[in-house]
Design a protein around this ligand. Sequence first.
Ligand code: HT7
Ligand code: ZN
Length: 874
Amino acid sequence: PQPVYLKDYQPPAFRVTHVELKFDLVPAATRVTAVLHLERHPDGAPGQPLVLDGERLSLKRIAIDGQELGESEYRVDDASLTIPDAPDRLRLETEVEIDPASNTALEGLYLSNGMFCTQCEAQGFRRITFYPDRPDVMATFSTTVIGDSASLPVLLSNGNPVERGELPYGRHFVTWEDPHPKPSYLFALVAGKLEKVEDRFTTMSGREVTLQLWVEPANLEKTDHAMRSLKAAMEWDETTYGREYDLDLFMIVAVDDFNMGAMENKGLNIFNSAAVLTHPQTATDAAFQRVEGVVAHEYFHNWSGNRVTCRDWFQLSLKEGFTVFRDQSFSADMNSAPVKRIEDVSFLRTAQFAEDAGPTAHPVQPDHYIEISNFYTLTIYEKGAEIVRMLRNLLGWETFRKGSDLYFERFDGQAVTIEDFAGCMAEVSGLDLDQFMRWYSQAGTPEIDAHGEYDYARAEYHLTLRQRTPATPGQPDKLPLHIPVRVGLVGTKSGEDLTLTLDGEALGKEGVLHLREEEQTFVFTDVAEAPVPSLLRGFSAPVKLRFPYGREDLAFLLTHDSDGFNRWDAGQRLAMLALDDLIAAHRNGVEKVMDARVVEAFRGLLNEPADDKAVLAEMLTLPSEAYIAEQQPVVDVDAIHAAREFVRQSLATVLRDDFMALYRANRSEAPYAPSAEQIASRRLKNVALAYLMSIEDEEAIELARQQFEADHNMTDVRAALTLLVHSSRSAVADPLLRAFGKKWAHDPLVMDQWFSLQVTRPQADALDRVKYLMEHPAFSLKNPNRVRALIGAFAGQNRVNFHRLDGEGYRLLADVVIALNTLNPEIAARIITPLTRWQRYDETRQSLMKAELERIRAEELSPNVYEVVEKALA
Ligand code: HT7
Ligand code: ZN
């Protein structure tokens, strides 16, 4: 497979003004008739042939302006249809046959539990019909769906239904019209035995919108939260961004087989059932919050993505980075804002930083790709959102909002670039963003080395920041970035933020330093007392910041920093220092000793009245094994696990009664609600229980058992069962695990939790459990949720067992990748990720991992897996 380059972008030769589609749905032989109204693009090079994309299509008929084409008048190969002598304006009619029943890749038109559905982003439409399948070709669509009335009573597509009727042989049809020009990736069709819940929303200009959520009948009781979230998102986008919905109907459909979380098709969002269905008895708090976030994300795309879309796929972060930033802000407003920031940053620092440091590192605006579906990455989404957040902070909210208004107004109905978006921000603010734009073109996580000195005599604080971005594949040399560093100076005597004066300018209690050079020294004057600097407040830029904080400094910031995020981060840094020592002790076979400062810091947290329980729960949570691994030059999985367990157990032993009191204080019999308050209490209670279970405290085991038996809500049931299954008390855990599996055998989303909690147990039998559970009737390699729940959870979250020294964990993952390479290449290319990080481990593991990558490379590979494996082994 050949790469595509951003520099080679050319406008399309032809544009499509209108499309009429007709689907005659039959599982293994669906007929698709397409009438494309085409005309030469004014910007296209003259005389070019008409080339349409098309894959796995069996062409049955082709005509131009009603005239059938002879065989010499067109060419078809496995990726395209070419008409060399197309007129400047034409009506092209094609009829193709496709096979949704055997489509296990879940791209294009496929079947999920007997339901027809589509996934067209990024390049799935070309598996439905011949078309210029690129986002800068925008057309209005009219779609007629024909299907069997009994098995497919509901027939949906984008826009509004304009006609419906009965047909001979027990069939029926519905015609849909979408008045908004859209790229083919936003096309959608769903047909099946579905039922709906319906609601209404009145927009800010007084228009009535019908909201429909379509699900399989058994799932009707799991729709309340998604509908509530949708209405909240619609209102939020009006009040925050001034964006109103633009059709009379907004539909969401839940499907079981789906490669990602959800898809923002115009007026007809299609959701992975895991990202939309909730019920207190089946879904955890985290699932409720995910649903709220994903529903909002897809809804927000109606403007950031659909009304204004991407010129080409190199601009993917234009819609994804901006929309993630928007959904993060929405969730922050709906829940605890500091906790949302902590969660987002933890995820970024663990997963995106690892991607940026690995073989698949790429810029937020990549300059080439082989397989675009491999580029739906944490870098495009999460780092892209951080760049938009930095813009918001640089401009201030009001100016940023003006820039957003200008962007939506100027480019409505167009397919544009990241530069167009940034251009609006520069225009409204007058800021020069030239250097800032390097954030989009340079891969890798910038590192800042900071050091500070207090000059008593002059009452000055000198802060020196030195930036460097490490080399990434294809980008050996990096230029300095424009990095906004939000800082405060906390007085060591007063414990208060000191007033900042920089270059004679009074900044107030905190300020933003603009680091543009490789090295810059900032001199704060009139600093009345020795300070501890609080750097990168709110995580003001996606960088790794090092400062030689002593443990006393961190303990001080943990209690005195006025920035909630940095207070949490000080705790994480303090724990990391202790963990580093313990990892070294484990490696050297030296006795481990617990750092008393960490114990005292935790004691303080447990004994202070909590003003924000959600933040307290985060403060009491140790850095994850994945995050600790990120900080190590060579990852020692066993030492990391042992050190972290030692800290957990030491804290639990010393602070046992405090944890027990916290557990008891946060129990509640109140009916379940996914409210911020209840979620915070449950989290705090289950964090306390986890500490107590780490020492297998007898009373805690009994409390966990009772919590499971009480069956109050899935958050508590799952937490209790996980802790028991991860303990050595199989006599208590096994019967509960069996009972749970039996009770929920009919519910795939609950069975996914049952799979995950078993295969993440640290005991040595985890790998055998994976193999055993792969044979379970509820498991299928064809369903991406099952694969993620079982294989993804094992390889991603059970580090000690996946990295077994006999290489069995790696072998198992490679076997799954090889099987998925033919079944579902997109999922294969994602699930392989842990193997691609081989450079981070010791030599023995490196060679075992590389051997498995070589074994995969020897197969006949899909472009998806080929691209990832080649980069990993380069
Ligand atoms: N824009 C959507 C991306 C997506 C996708 C991409 C590739 C293959 C399958 C997919 N399903 C959904 C989702 C989003 O970001 O909102
Ligand atoms: Zn998105």
